[in-house]
Design a protein around this ligand. Sequence first.
Ligand code: NAD
Length: 398
Amino acid sequence: MNPEVVTIGLGYIGLPTSALIASHGTKVLGVDINQSVVDTINQGKIHIVEPDLDQIVSKAVSNGFFKASTKANSADVYLIVVPTPFKGNHEPDISFVEAATKGIIPLLKKGDLYIIESTSPIGTTDKMQKLILASRPELEDAIHIAYCPERVLPGNVMHELVENDRVIGGVDEAATQKAISFYRKYVKGELHGTNARTAEMCKLVENSSRDSQIAFANELSLICDKADINVWELINLANKHPRVNILQPGCGVGGHCIAVDPYFIVSDYPAESKMIGTAREVNNYKSFWCAEKIQNEKLQFELKHGRKPKTALMGLAFKPNIDDLRESPAVFIAEKVKRSYPEDMVYFVEPNIKTHRSFKISTWEEAKNKSDICFILVGHKEFKINLPDNYITFVQLD
Ligand SMILES: NC(=O)c1ccc[n+]([C@@H]2O[C@H](COP(=O)([O-])OP(=O)(O)OC[C@H]3O[C@@H](n4cnc5c(N)ncnc54)[C@H](O)[C@@H]3O)[C@@H](O)[C@H]2O)c1
């Protein structure tokens, strides 16, 4: 296959993006270091849960527009869609972006377009430009380098990839325009041109804004618990104000984006980002608080009934109706509960996965029927029907 586009990284973002581009009749080679991901895709199947994606991948593979490989080929456009986690001290880890970039440097030729989609700390695109030009100085002013963050909602990715507006920042105006004309073929949303640093910051700010707003709701839930006020009712009433829109509290904040990206700002600008950093602390504390609350409820039960309760922890994903457990506050809570009293009977329920390395996964029915207390950690649709009487929820269910 002579691909027009090479996508590096075939995960939650790279695979749907590749499939979308291929579905428009553009030849796409998707590259991933994980052989089993590559094999699954080449069979026309997918390794993640995402509505509608399986049919699009299956069709694109069978009609020859999409192929996966562990090795990149020469193309006209390169998209970098690899993970950007943080290190132990919440510092951004761009080593995957570096490795992916190094892998394609020998393939680059005059006129090519190189785009980073991975969420990245400010200055990453400039760094990758330096990395490329250090070994290929002849490509200075000859290739186009840009940054275009992804802002899709897992569970609605195929729709949002097309409909959402995109922010596109090149290292120079020519790169911005080249990247805009590339995305215009696949995206119906507006394409907003800027520079690379602003585009990088824009993605981080979007998620920091969400994190801060959720922190406000989580903080309210802690105050309300102490003040004996129903937080759900309170927020509903406060939101009747025409200019107030408080979000819902939960058992923390998780996922690969909102729980991670604010640290990319705090790590580089600690003195200036006090509020962003505090929001992270509040949301992390909420998970700790939920785990403590579960232990307290268990103790209360034991005091009342003279035996330890069987408990059910409902949901492990970082948000409703997905199988993504990354940075999940529910997993943090479940691990803390399991660690505190390893001998206690706890049913762990997550309808979107079959197995987990730390928890034996039970069905909703088994957990509901056998447990004395059900703690709802995630508002999955399965949990909203036939709730037992003995449940305590950390999320709104209606
Ligand atoms: N998942 C989301 O909802 C979401 C939303 C917006 C932005 N993002 C950002 O998009 C980026 C990708 O996220 P994701 O959720 O798709 O990650 P993911 O972990 O689902 O997938 C990344 C893939 O990249 C592969 N990979 C790692 N290093 C590689 C390399 N050197 N060469 C080839 N493949 C390599 C991994 O094997 C994996 O399959 C991250 O920066 C993330 O922050 C994610």
